[in-house]
Design a protein around this ligand. Structure first.
Ligand code: SF4
Ligand code: SF4
Length: 184
């Protein structure tokens, strides 16, 4: 009986890998440490909103016009939501999984960005890189010059000033739609 068992064991061979003495072969689609490229990042905050355990965060200082993006790998659950929502491919899950560290700081990555000031009142309101990204998309859209200029004026204004620009235009339209509904 014992002999049979030993024979079976020899037949099966070694089922495990003696890691860390031998590298582990990763399965296709393995989700490891999110790799971040600050050059590609536009500080749009989409990833920080999507991150379920809040491993990603963003601090905005409206006084100094700076925004700090940060990731704390100790809180990451490797779900890839950040990669899914990132519009520029600045964050992608890699294959690194060996994250053991003695300090929290070693597991934290930060990047600093400038904010753009409102073209009308001068208040900081959005990431400058994000605004430039959106303006470049607007240029590529090939809109008629008057419409493009109109949209550019709205995009470069803070939400408060945007409301002031837009309200006189939107109000008559809203009133028209309201009257229309009353008549039908
Ligand atoms: S992989 Fe998931 S948990 Fe980790 S930083 Fe991205 S969104 Fe957050
Ligand atoms: S979603 Fe992408 S571009 Fe936006 S803040 Fe996150 S990493 Fe940067």
């Amino acid at each position: 009986m014992v002999l049979k068992l030993v024979q079976e064991l020899f037949k099966v061979g070694q089922a495990t890998v003696p890691y860390p003495f031998q590298p582990v072969e990763l399965a296709p689609g393995f989700r490891g440490k999110p790799e971040y490229n600050p050059e590609q990042c536009i500080a749009c905050a989409a990833c920080t909103i999507a991150c379920p355990p809040n491993a990603l965060s963003m601090e905005t200082d409206l006084e100094t016009g700076r925004r700090i993006w940060s990731i704390y790998y100790g809180q990451c659950i490797f779900c890839a939501r950040c990669e899914e929502v990132c519009p520029t491919g600045a964050i992608k899950l890699g294959s690194d999984f060996e994250l053991a560290s003695f300090t929290r700081e070693d597991l934290t990555v930060r990047a600093e960005f400038e904010l753009a000031a409102c073209s009308l009142c001068g208040v900081y309101f959005a990431s400058a890189k994000q605004l430039n990204h959106v303006l470049a998309l607007l240029d590529q859209a090939g809109l008629p010059p008057a419409e493009a200029a109109d949209r550019r004026a709205l995009l470069t204004a803070c939400p408060e000033c945007r409301r002031k620009i837009d309200l006189p235009r939107v109000k008559p339209l809203a009133q028209e739609a309201f009257n229309d509904r009353l008549q039908h």
